[in-house]
Structure formats: C-alpha cells, structure tokens
Ligand binder design. Structure first.
Ligand SMILES: [Zn+2]
Ligand SMILES: [Zn+2]
Length: 154
C-alpha cells in the first residue's frame, strides 16, 4: 500500500465512520518507532507507521486511523481532542477506534506474529488476521460486506 492508497482509505473511513470529510493529508512514516499513528495539531496531517500494517494487518490499522481521526475531527471542531477528554473517549468508543496511539510493542523485543490465518475480502481486499482457523462462510467483510476467503500465513 502506498501513500495515495492510504489517503483514499483515510478519506473513506472519515466519511463512513464520522460522516465528515478528511481534508488534509495522510501518509506513511517509517520513522515512527513505537507509535502506530500520529495526528499533527499544526498541520492537521495524519501519519501512520507502515510497520503496524506489516505486523497487524489492515483491520488493526483501520482502528488506528479511526483513533487519529478522533483527534482530527474533535480538534478541528473545537471539542475535547485529548486522550483524557470525555468527548474523545466517547467518540473513540462510538467509531471503534484503537485505544492507544502507541500500540506497537518495542521493536527490540517484538514477538513473532501470533496470527496464523488471514481472511481476505474478495471484493475490496480488506484483510483480517486471525489466530485460529475460522469458517469464512460465517463472516462477511466489515467494510463492504463482501465474501471472505481464508488463507494460511505459513
Ligand atoms: Zn492518540
Ligand atoms: Zn470488503
């Protein structure tokens, strides 16, 4: 995934989950170390750690994007945008965002992947990592309701 695809994805999540457009820039930043994502108050840009995508897949990164979009939309509309603000907590809960910006374990002692299976949406390509084998017939893509296909990661 490149910066342009990330930008489109963030815009799409913003409209779908917040009902408001994302009008700034989103890009990957490989120098973010323990942080999954970051919102910049001065420029209103959002940066996402590409290692997060590698380690946890698109489902988890979507939750991080939602977290950063909570900062973004609340900040721009003059509401409580910090982690301790009740408005932040409420919005995060409502959209299903990741609880923390910092969700990557320290790089030095990163554990091997706990995920052994992957569900991939046939329609939009969204990936869902799973620790156990699951029956793909029982699930639909959370993004587009498309049919999922199971594959093994090893
Ligand atoms: Zn945050
Ligand atoms: Zn899909």
């Amino acid at each position: 995934m490149n910066d342009e695809q990330l930008q489109t994805w963030v815009e799409e999540i913003s409209l779908r989950s917040f009902g408001v457009p994302f009008r700034h820039r989103a890009k990957f930043n490989g120098r973010l170390r323990t942080t999954g994502g970051r919102y910049f108050m001065k420029t209103h840009h959002i940066e996402i750690n590409p290692a997060q995508l590698e380690a946890y897949g698109t489902e988890e990164v979507e939750r991080i994007i939602k977290h950063e979009l909570c900062h973004y939309h609340l900040h721009l509309s003059g509401r409580g945008y910090r982690h301790r603000d009740p408005e932040f907590k409420a919005l995060l809960n409502q959209v299903g965002g990741s609880r923390y910006c910092q969700s990557l374990p320290g790089r030095a002692k990163r554990k091997p992947l706990p995920y052994r299976y992957k569900l991939v949406c046939n329609r939009c390509g969204m990936e869902y990592l799973r620790k156990r084998r699951v029956d793909p017939e029982r699930y639909r893509c959370g993004k587009c309701r498309g049919v999922l296909q199971l594959s093994s990661l090893q």
